[in-house]
Design a protein around this ligand. Sequence first.
Ligand SMILES: Nc1nc2c(ncn2[C@@H]2O[C@H](COP(=O)(O)OP(=O)(O)O)[C@@H](O)[C@H]2O)c(=O)[nH]1
Ligand SMILES: [Mg+2]
Length: 382
Amino acid sequence: MSESIESKGVRAPRLLVMGVGSSGARAVSGMSELNPDLDAVAIDTDSKALAALTIERTIHVGATVTRGLSSGGDVELGRQSIEQDSSSIRKQLREVDLLVIVAGLGGGTGSGAVPVITRIAREAGALVLTLLSTPFKFEGVKIARIAEESLKRARTHADAIIRIPNERLVDRVDADLPVEQVFARSHQVMMDGIFAVGRMLTRNGVCGLDFASVHTMLRNCDGFCHFASADGAGEGRADRVAETLLTHRLLNKGKLLENAAGIVIGLTGGHDLKLSEVEIVMNKLREKLPDDVWLNFGVAIDPAFDGRLSAITLVAEHWNEPLVDDGNRQLGLSFNRGAPGQAELPLESAGKGEFAYVDPTIHNNQDLDVPTYIRRDIKLPR
Ligand SMILES: Nc1nc2c(ncn2[C@@H]2O[C@H](COP(=O)(O)OP(=O)(O)O)[C@@H](O)[C@H]2O)c(=O)[nH]1
Ligand SMILES: [Mg+2]
């Protein structure tokens, strides 16, 4: 992180990655193997699955609800498990500025727990970014429905959801891959995403991108954003990185760029990174992007990237400008970009202030300190 920030006495933003459910926990455990400095915790109902992971910090939830046997695909059990242990989740969230939640939706634990965790994190005042995979078609309609329902609920509280349809990770060319390897690939994509966001927030930038710009993006992106990364090395790497992004599967083969409302572009290179290379990537992307797109980009130099160029993008399809931005929470009315004058009143849960870390009033696995409409996920009429 930047020395100038620290010398001014400003605390560097703290990023915590939380893997929820078996695939989320596995993905996060894999990440911390690759990067032991990553502040990460794995959460699952399945005590055996947790014990098999290499990650140091794990939280087993719902011991009495599931008797340690996992949620068995039951979303309600997943929800109850996390409600039961919500105070351990709250403890993890102290002083966390950005919480990144990683989960594969479609099972019981991740799908049930993620919406609850997003709510708790928001109440604790953290910015919440969720990276959620949605099931393959071959997993069937029921699993797909579970995932959609969970996404809808998570949407109520998360600042931004990066949805990664597992289907988009697979090319016809690799349809012959063993299923296990395909899942491993989905973990890899999530890992790239988190590393990239972490890198943008904590590395020394030579220009532009910092917590504030990612913050703006996540606050304004109307709930969903897309993510893609690209890497290149050696001669012509800038062209290749740009080309990869312009045709990226996670950006719908680049079509999402054409209609993007907002985009954050983070480039990381070594000391050998040339201005002309930055220009190549930026110009090629700009050619595809609409003129009025909200764009923020940054370049970070990291000696570990000598000889390489790495780019990540967060792309928003819709943009909500807050009328009042207190730098912490959006207040007041916000407007959907392009929508015909339809105003939207964000029903945000107020923070608990100094009571944020006080244990909640739990009755029948429900946190009674949370307003009923939030607990029951009731949409109030606009
Ligand atoms: N079974 C399985 N599913 C995976 C894996 N990686 C990602 N997934 C996806 O994650 C979804 C939820 O699975 P899982 O995390 O095991 O469920 P949970 O533990 O109940 O939250 C599945 O429907 C898959 O789409 C994997 O390695 N195995
Ligand atoms: Mg499981």
